[in-house]
Design a protein around this ligand. Sequence first.
Ligand SMILES: [Zn+2]
Length: 357
Amino acid sequence: MATEISAVKRAPGAAPTLGAHAQHAAWQQRHVPDVEQVRDRVWSVSTQMPKSALGYTLSYLLETDEGLVLIDNGWLGDESWAALESGIRASGHVVGDVSDVLLTHTHIDHHGLSRRIVEASGARLHMHRLEARALERDIAGRQVDFPRWLEDRGVPFEDADALMGELGSDSLRREVAALPPATHEFEDDDRPIGALPGLRVVFTPGHTAGHACFLLEPEGLLFSGDHVLPRITPHVTRPPGDKSDPLTDYLDSLRIVRDLTVSEVLPAHEYRFADLRGRVDTMLAHHEERLDEIEAATPGSTWEIAAAISWARGWDATSGVGRQLALNETFIHLTHLARAGRVRRTGQSPDLWEISQ
Ligand SMILES: [Zn+2]
């Protein structure tokens, strides 16, 4: 549920802001960046992500007169917990000072340490109402017939096992079941922290159903979570069986943040950057190209179309969870094209996509 590097070809990235030189250098060298003071009363703290090419999660600490506000935390594990604790200490505080944990979304690299923080500090745990509902379903254990979903996408029987990855594994189920539910839910445009009235929710569904960014208005700082990152395009997926059109949500959410007045973007991975509008335009163009490519590769099953389009490392080198995500991403784009009337689905199991006449 947490892998986010898109397997699609990378579009050109955004340049780091001047003050993010050290963070950018760490990203280039595949190190975990040091704790940094980003602005007066705003800190960036990094925690490592094991087994992920992303390398680390960037969390943000905001000092208020009533305690520390922590935006996102880190991967579930002792190592990342130790990094978060020492990062908070480097800012001159302790974990017990955290009064509020704000989540952009509940993937395990953003929400993995919430339980330990709440237990150590009694902090309130905030997330968007729709993210809270999705998390409740995850914790309860979704009843997903994943083998059936693969069959419906046209995956050959002999390839299906390799695509299952960790889905449904006991260890993943246990980790997800240990994620704490929200104590406070916010809505679009809310200002969830009383001691920080300048901090506004910007609802940005797409990467997840309830993803939110936070805008610190006086300074023009956008805490963008995984919605906008300087180099990579986040995965836009939904669990098998979900009938929504998340790519439409995601593209609409990109247009929403594009026009905000923002001086610096503080993402949850990679490094800080300034040119939000330029980055969003690049990402929108990238998805348009991808949609054109997928339309041009139609007709076929989702599996056949996924195998026919371009991938960063080539389809043949994509395996396991990477290939599962690639298949899901192709399916999401086809669903979007069908909503737009550009393709239609004539078969169901396996699905067969054709160009709309
Ligand atoms: Zn993430």
